[in-house]
Design a protein around this ligand. Structure first.
Ligand code: MF3
Ligand code: CO
Length: 254
């Protein structure tokens, strides 16, 4: 399927969607503390999105015959890598939690995620967060017109490799637009100079995922949550970006 190229007007709307996404993520970040639950964070997200005139993209999402996703956020604690359903699980000091948020505005989607510590966390957990966040930045920096999808994967994957972390291969980034998941798929590994060529006006969600242990994952009985097979800590950071004339434009920051 050809990758659709967004016009300047569409990208401007996506930037508004992404700006709301950024504000709501900031509110969630400030709310994260020992004692809070995923359901409470989900309520905060739903209210903050609607206050700003957006819609929670994830609510009701049901691709590939999956049950409709119930939350505005994904709430993935410790060994849960992605797509954790917000629950009454209480965050405790030392946990790491990943929050993924989708905001739709005027029919266009923004998709972004971060992982953060709850209170004091271990040095190795902090290192996992730092390296995963740095890999996202590196991936964004090479997202230039004329470069290829493999350049992004290679830039991201190098961080996981150098740090001897598990690089999750079964999940990755994707195109974003009117749909949350559009072509192309953007793996977090790859060879420079290979894959689809990036063009001005493409909008992509980059989302590196690394783990302290092996990269193998499994799906929980809820049919959404994806966890690490060896129960190791995992991290996930994501931004929606546009390929611009003079470089990448991060749409999901304020
Ligand atoms: N950033 C996640 C992804 O691209 C968003 C998943 S939303 C959910 O997979 F509803 F599917 F959980
Ligand atoms: Co995504």
């Amino acid at each position: 399927m050809p990758v659709n190229i967004k016009s300047r007007d569409e990208i401007d709307i996506m930037r508004t969607a992404g700006g709301i996404n950024a504000e709501v993520r900031e509110i969630l970040k400030e709310s994260i503390a020992p004692g809070i639950t995923g359901s409470e964070l989900d309520r905060i997200a739903k209210d903050a999105i609607s206050d700003r005139g957006g819609l929670p993209t994830f609510v009701g999402y049901s691709p590939w015959g999956k049950p409709a996703y119930p939350g505005a956020i994904c709430f993935s604690v410790n060994e849960v890598l992605v797509h954790g359903i917000p629950s009454s699980r209480v965050l405790v000091e030392g946990d790491i939690v990943s929050i993924d948020l989708g905001v739709t505005y005027q029919g266009y989607v923004s998709d972004a995620a971060f992982t953060t510590g709850v209170g004091m966390i271990s040095g190795e957990a902090q290192r996992l967060l730092d390296i995963t966040a740095a890999s996202l930045e590196a991936g964004i920096n090479v997202s230039l017109a004329g470069h290829r999808i493999g350049d992004i994967g290679s830039a991201i994957g190098a961080f996981g490799e150098n740090a001897k972390m598990g690089i999750i291969k079964g999940y990755g980034g994707h195109g974003v637009g009117r749909e949350m998941h559009e072509d192309p798929h953007v793996p977090n590994y790859g060879k420079p100079g290979t894959g689809l060529q990036l063009k001005k006006g493409m909008v992509l969600a980059l989302e590196p995922m690394f783990a302290l242990g092996d990269a193998d994952t499994y799906e929980l009985d809820d049919q959404w949550s994806v966890a690490m097979s060896d129960d190791s800590l995992s991290a996930h950071f994501e931004h929606t970006i546009a390929i611009g004339e003079s470089g990448p434009e991060i749409l999901t920051s304020v």
